[in-house]
Design a protein around this ligand. Sequence first.
Ligand SMILES: [Zn+2]
Length: 274
Amino acid sequence: MRAIGRQALKCAVIAFAALAAVGARAEQSCPDLNRAYVERYVPDFHIDPAPHFFDIDLDTHDNFRCDGRDRNHLLARAIGDLDSWRPFEDEQTDFYDMLKLILSLGENAIRYTSSLDKDGAGTRTEAQVFFDENDPSRSAVFLTDNFFSNGKRLRPTYSLVHEARHTIKHKLLPDGRALPDEPGHVVCTRGLHAGRGRKVCDAVLDFEAQMAFGSGNSYEFMFLVFVRDHPQVPQPIKDEAQQHLSYLATHMFNEIVPGTLEHYGVELIPKADW
Ligand SMILES: [Zn+2]
């Protein structure tokens, strides 16, 4: 009995050690997140602290409330996700570094505005990229109240990845080389938005090598695959990623290259559930 008990205990200890090694990582504590936001995220992501754009009080923003309602906290948590979930396999994209680079190009910035109604139809836009007409290399990702109040844990994070992609227009790398412009969205011909004339879809859901040339939905999709498969991401967030992957594949691409859904492990949403 004792030998069996000891063996069982040994197995349990080994199993626990293995779990601890690859298990989900707890979220950053509020003070840690505050510090990272002030010291790195605000400068790295070119967050514009001007009060009329974003209600950060520079004297106090190292004391934001971690209650899920403070805009600075929600933006910090989104960037904190990118900071926490670094590549776990060779040749994966480091999304923190990628967004940091993108947001340093030209005079990119992240700004706040209470709401946007670009098409005049009352569309509840969460975030939008605008370019300076006089100097198209200047652009900003505007985040609206809807970005901060949609209630979904992962949504601000993948929205940032999506919008950052849209800023790659008229941009030069630090060494002066021109970057190819992102292709932009196309009018949807598949899924929920088909027939509505809405230009919110990407042209093709393709394999990884081609997705790098896609628009915002392609980058959002690749980020969600990375999150879903990441060993340190908590299960509820992986579940949200998987659910949103299905949404994107069903509604946000006009064409699906055969074999890609199986490759990415994503199922389409049956039409009855749209
Ligand atoms: Zn977009």
